[in-house]
Write a protein that binds this ligand. Structure first.
Ligand SMILES: [Zn+2]
Ligand SMILES: [Zn+2]
Length: 192
């Protein structure tokens, strides 16, 4: 064999090794970190900020546990994943400001949050920590216009309400599905 042939063989071997590594990596990226399901594809960071890939079932399980473990009050806007399939964002009012929602949106969110205290859950009667709005109550992205009377719920009842919508979402959440932060805030769909 001349040196040219040996060079070509080496290039082919290196190329093959790189390709093999990439395919392995892609496989691992799509694998649920809990059950190993291939092609799971949902990206989620837990409360500590650790990011993971989860299948739909484990995404729902993890999200439910994270929401239930938070003490803060929150607004949950029923997601419309058919029209806005890309994420479910959690924002405290400071975050809304950073995302350039108008001050009137921030004020409205605060005033809705202020009214939760003292209410009872419409589902189970325990003390409510959530103001829940139907998707029709929210003309995206105008949070300042949310004027409907919310349904007051506890965290357990609200996650049970939203879970089936996550399970039937048309696309995997490649990014943009967020855990709650420790501050009071709002769960809502996003456009991008
Ligand atoms: Zn899984
Ligand atoms: Zn309840």
């Amino acid at each position: 064999m001349d040196t040219e042939t040996i060079k070509i063989i080496i290039y082919v071997l290196i190329g093959g090794a790189v390709l093999f590594a990439l395919v392995k990596l892609a496989g691992r990226l799509g694998k649920c970190n809990v059950c190993g399901e291939e092609g799971a594809g949902n990206s989620y960071s837990d409360l500590s900020g650790k990011s993971m890939i989860l299948c739909k079932n484990h995404l729902v399980e993890k999200w439910k546990a994270d929401v239930k473990s938070t003490q803060n009050t929150m607004i949950v806007i029923e997601p419309d994943f058919n029209t806005y399939p890309n994420g479910y964002m959690y924002a405290n009012t400071k975050q809304l400001r950073a995302w350039e929602y108008p001050k009137s949106a921030e004020d409205n969110i605060n005033s809705i949050l202020d009214k939760i205290a003292g209410k009872n859950c419409a589902g189970c009667g325990k003390s409510a920590t959530v103001a829940f709005f139907k998707k029709e109550d929210y003309n995206f992205p105008n949070m300042e216009d949310i004027k409907a009377e919310p349904k007051y719920l506890c965290k357990s009842c609200v996650v049970d309400k939203v879970a089936p919508l996550i399970l039937s979402a048309p696309k995997p959440f490649v990014e943009g599905f967020m855990p709650p932060t420790p501050d009071r805030g709002v769960y809502h769909i996003q456009e991008f």
